[in-house]
Write a protein that binds this ligand. Structure first.
Ligand code: SF4
Length: 373
C-alpha cells in the first residue's frame, strides 16, 4: 500500500531538496526523455521559473505526440451535498446549517436529460459529498444504471470505497474514479480534515491501491492547491503516480491541481496562493515528467487560462459545470460547493478551443471497449 511507501519519504527533506535545485538540475531534466521524480522536483522548483518557455515548448511537443490536438470534454453532476465530513475549506461540511439535498432517481434522470441538451457530452463525472448511509454504493449503482442510456463514459468522485465496492460499481458501468488526496502532508492533514471518515489519512491515500486492485480502468488523482506548499504536494503526487503505474500498469491515470481562491467572506483562506505562472509551470513539469498522463483543468480556472493551456499540456476539461446538486434541472439555485471561474456555455468553450486549433472530443471512451481483450 502506498501509505507504507510514503512513510519512507520525508515531507521536510523533500521540500528542502526541491528548494535547493539549481539551474543545472533543471537543464539536466529538460535534456532527458524520461524524467524521474528527482527531475520533476527540479522542474517545479523556483530554479525552473526562468525556463518556462522551454518547458512550454517541450510540454506542447509531448502532448501533441501522445494526444494530437484533442481535448476530452466532460461534465460533473453533483448528486448530493449531504456530507458527514468536516473539511474546513468546504461549504458542504457537516456543521454548516444548510439545506441538504439527495437527488431522487427521477431527479437524477432529469439532470441527465438536461445535460444532454447542453452539448453532446458522453463523459459524465458523478460527484457526491460523503454520506455512505444515505448516498452509498447502492445509490451510486442506481445512478450509474440510470446514466448508461445517456453517457458512454461514467466516472465517479465520491468517498473512498472498499476494493469489492469499486469492483461492484464497475459492473454498473463505472469506468473511472477520481479522488483528491487534498494534501500528502500527513502531519497537517487533520488540520483540514478534523472529523469523519475523511480524517483517516491512510484510508484515503490507500484508496488508490484499492481502485487498482479492483481493476478500475481510469484513476484520477489530485491535490488541492492552497493547503500546503504546492511544490512538495505535487512532488508527493508524482511519487504516488509512479508507484501506482508500477503496481497497476493496465490503468490509465489523470492528474488535477485545482487552485483554491481567496474567500470573499469569512470562509477558509488558502495558506498558499499559486500564481498563473506557477500553474503553467506545474502543468508543463507534469507533462515532461509523464507524457501519457491526462492533465485535467476544471471550470475553477478562468477561461483565458483554460484556452491558453489547452494547447500546452492540458488534455481534459469540464465545461458548463454546476457545482450544486441538481444544478442543471432540479435545483438550479442551490448552494454551490465552490464558485466556478469559467462560466461559458459548453458551446462557447468548444468554439474557443477550435479557434485555438484544438479538437474538443465529447466521446473518447466506450464501455464496450472493456470487452475487447
Ligand atoms: S470536500 Fe467533500 S468530503 Fe469534504 S466536506 Fe466538502 S463535500 Fe464533504
Amino acid at each position: 500500500m502506498f501509505s507504507e511507501e510514503l512513510e519512507k519519504i520525508s515531507w521536510e527533506e523533500t521540500t528542502e531538496a526541491i528548494y535547493s535545485k539549481t539551474e543545472s538540475d533543471v537543464l539536466r531534466a529538460l535534456g532527458k526523455s524520461h524524467c524521474d521524480v528527482n527531475d520533476f522536483m527540479a522542474l517545479v522548483s523556483p530554479a525552473a521559473e526562468k525556463y518556462l518557455e522551454s518547458m512550454a515548448r517541450l510540454s506542447r511537443k509531448y502532448t501533441e505526440e501522445r494526444f494530437g490536438k484533442t481535448v476530452s470534454m466532460f461534465i460533473p453532476l453533483y448528486l448530493t451535498n449531504s456530507c458527514t465530513n468536516s473539511c474546513v475549506y468546504c461549504g458542504f461540511h457537516i456543521s454548516n446549517p444548510m439545506a441538504r439535498t439527495i437527488l431522487t432517481p427521477e431527479e437524477i434522470e432529469n439532470e441527465y436529460k438536461a445535460i444532454k441538451k447542453l452539448a453532446p457530452f458522453e463523459n459524465l463525472l458523478i460527484v457526491t459529498g460523503e454520506n455512505p448511509a444515505k448516498a452509498g454504493v447502492p445509490y451510486l449503482a442506481k445512478a450509474l444504471d440510470l446514466a448508461k442510456p445517456y453517457f458512454s463514459n461514467l466516472k465517479i468522485e465520491v468517498m473512498p470505497l472498499k476494493t469489492e465496492e469499486y469492483a461492484e460499481l464497475t459492473k454498473h458501468g463505472m469506468n473511472g474514479v477520481i479522488c483528491f488526496q487534498e494534501t500528502y502532508n500527513k502531519a497537517r492533514y487533520n488540520v483540514y480534515h478534523p472529523r469523519g471518515m475523511k480524517s483517516k489519512f491512510e484510508w484515503r491515500v490507500n484508496g488508490f491501491d484499492r481502485m487498482g486492485q479492483a481493476g478500475v480502468h481510469s484513476i484520477g488523482m489530485g491535490v488541492l492547491i492552497g493547503l500546503e506548499d504546492w511544490r512538495t504536494d505535487v512532488t508527493m503526487m508524482a511519487y504516488h503516480l509512479r508507484y501506482l503505474q508500477k503496481h497497476y500498469w493496465k490503468t490509465k491515470y489523470s492528474v488535477n491541481f485545482p487552485r483554491m481562491r481567496p474567500a470573499e467572506n469569512e470562509g477558509f483562506q488558502p495558506n498558499v496562493i499559486m500564481s498563473d505562472k506557477e500553474l503553467a509551470q506545474v502543468t508543463f513539469a507534469m507533462r515532461i515528467f509523464d507524457h501519457d498522463v491526462d492533465i485535467s483543468y476544471s471550470t475553477r480556472e478562468p477561461a483565458y487560462i483554460r484556452d491558453h493551456m489547452a494547447s500546452l499540456g492540458v488534455t481534459t476539461m469540464s465545461a458548463e459545470s454546476k457545482t450544486e446538486p441538481g444544478g442543471y434541472y432540479t435545483y438550479p439555485q442551490a448552494l454551490e460547493q465552490f464558485h466556478i471561474s469559467d462560466d461559458r456555455t459548453a458551446e462557447e468553450v468548444e468554439y474557443a478551443l477550435k479557434a485555438a486549433g484544438r479538437e474538443p472530443v465529447w466521446k473518447d471512451w466506450d464501455a464496450s471497449f472493456d470487452f475487447v481483450k
